[in-house]
Design a binder for this molecule. Structure first.
Ligand SMILES: *Cc1c(COP(=O)(O)O)cnc(C)c1O
Length: 464
């Protein structure tokens, strides 16, 4: 790598972004289930305590997605209609963060995949488009879902609109109040919106009676979406993270990144990314992690970054737990803080989830992937430095990964190491100006890890 660097001359003269041609949009998604050293623990049906059967999921998901959820095929073809929509913004650029490197005076080379170029502004339409397509093929008329920070709701509203479906979004109360323009965006794409908990579902009404001021949580909003879908024949449910098929669809990020790295003869030494449910991070790293599992890249370091206020991978327990607050979902084997845990209302709303993707959790548990947690003030500082150098105002979620990248680049400076650092830049923060305002006024608070709440919540996890 050193030699290549010299051949190419001064850093400053190098390309700032590597762009693939449109025909290089992947034709198949990569399914890491084909390459796991040992199989995933299956999801459990809480009614029977038996492994989940495909038909158990049929009331809320189309069969094609259920098949993908359980598939161990390595490559799953991307339908032409989905690839056609991807063409609107894919392949997304791989950037070299030259200005950030220079500011940090690091010998490390920092690269990021920029997913904020999609119309909703994040990686989430990579799966929203696919999910809307398969539901349309199965004759479904409406999809109900939850949204935390508003990114997933926007992506699904966009996807369902393109395939002629209706969309109902339950938006976590704290975000609903804080991000009014996310609402407008979803309505521009014809979605119907509720502040969660809402009066539109039985579960929502029950929670509002108990505590009319609850800020809501992703776990609560998921329960409302599932209840809505389960109680209407023409309606399915869609999840924007966590599930295997979501991580599968997000593999387009990693596949494109790998191709772009090949074009410039680079390969990452370390990969970082922010983790809410794990989909953008996992999608961006899974094709690289496959190389590590295969033994080709034994030294590759892969690290998920999460908030201290909701430290699922770093402080959670690896157990079977519900994916939602109302205990309507199957039991998933994952790191969890307990399904009744309501995280403090941090500004990275997209990272306030009590669990994480079972695929990601397994690879963390088995030692292939590491994790780290940060307080929000240092995370916002990282976002500010990124804006000052690379220009892009990133989502507070994304900034968790950027903070790790900055720390790593500074370590490289201290140790004189020329590492290649890669992270997925999952989305822009154009609807997060309220949060950045709070930060700039010096009013952002760091929440300690809520150990007592987590303990209470973990006590309610079912015994399997
Ligand atoms: C939703 C979201 C996340 C967190 O979700 P993951 O499934 O962990 O990727 C991160 N960044 C952005 C910009 C998001 O919209």
């Amino acid at each position: 790598m050193r030699l290549l660097q010299k051949e190419r001359g001064e850093k400053e003269k190098m390309n700032e972004k590597i762009l693939l041609d449109e025909e290089e949009i992947p034709k198949a998604w990569y399914n890491i289930q084909a390459d796991l050293p040992s199989p995933l623990d299956p999801p459990i049906n809480p009614a029977t305590m038996e492994p989940l059967k495909p038909e158990d999921l049929a009331p809320i998901f189309p069969m094609e997605l259920i098949k993908q959820e359980m598939s161990t095929e390595r490559w799953i073809p991307i339908p032409d209609a989905v690839r056609d929509v991807y063409r609107l913004w894919r392949p997304s650029p791989l950037y070299r963060a030259l200005r950030l490197e220079k500011k940090l005076k690091t010998p490390a080379r920092i690269y990021y995949k920029w997913e904020g170029v999609s119309p909703p502004g994040s990686h989430k339409p990579n799966t929203a488009i696919a999910q809307a397509y398969y539901n349309m093929k199965e004759g479904i008329e409406r999809i109900a879902t939850e949204t935390g920070a508003g990114q997933w709701g926007s992506a699904l509203a966009f996807g369902t609109m393109l395939f002629g479906l209706k969309c109902t979004v339950y938006m976590v109360g704290a975000s609903y109040d804080r991000k009014p323009y996310r609402k407008v965006m979803m309505e521009m794409w014809n979605a119907e919106l509720y502040r969660s908990p809402s009066k539109n579902t039985e579960f929502g009404r029950k929670l509002l009676e108990e505590d009319p001021d609850t800020p809501g949580s992703l776990g609560i909003a998921i329960s409302e979406g599932v209840e809505d879908a389960a109680t209407h024949d023409d309606t399915h449910y869609a999840l924007g993270s966590v599930l295997n098929h979501v991580l599968l669809h997000q593999s387009v990020i990693g596949l494109e990144a790998k191709k772009a790295f090949e074009q410039i003869d680079e390969y990452p030494d370390v990969i970082y990314g922010c983790v809410g449910g794990g989909s953008n991070f996992f999608g961006s790293c899974s094709p690289f992690v496959a190389d590590k599992i295969r033994g080709d890249k034994p030294d590759l370091k892969v690290v998920g970054c999460e908030p201290m206020a909701c430290p699922t991978l770093t402080k959670g327990l690896y157990l079977y737990d519900f994916g939602d607050c109302a205990e309507m979902t199957p039991l998933l084997k994952m790191f969890t803080l307990g399904h009744t845990f309501v995280p403090p209302p941090i500004h990275a709303g997209g990272l306030r989830y009590h669990g994480d993707a079972p695929l990601l959790c397994k690879l963390v548990k088995d030692g292939w992937i590491d994790a780290v947690a940060y307080h929000q003030n240092e995370v916002f500082k990282a976002a500010k430095l990124f804006a000052e150098t690379e220009g892009i105002i990133i989502a507070p979620e994304t900034a968790h990964g950027v903070n790790a990248v900055i720390n790593e680049a500074l370590r490289c400076k201290e140790e004189g190491k020329e590492e290649v650092i890669f992270f997925n830049n999952s989305g822009h923060g154009h609807f997060d100006m309220g949060s950045y305002d709070v930060f700039l006024r010096g009013k952002l608070v760091d929440y300690e890890y809520p150990a007592e709440l987590v303990k209470q919540s973990l006590a309610k996890v079912p015994k399997v």
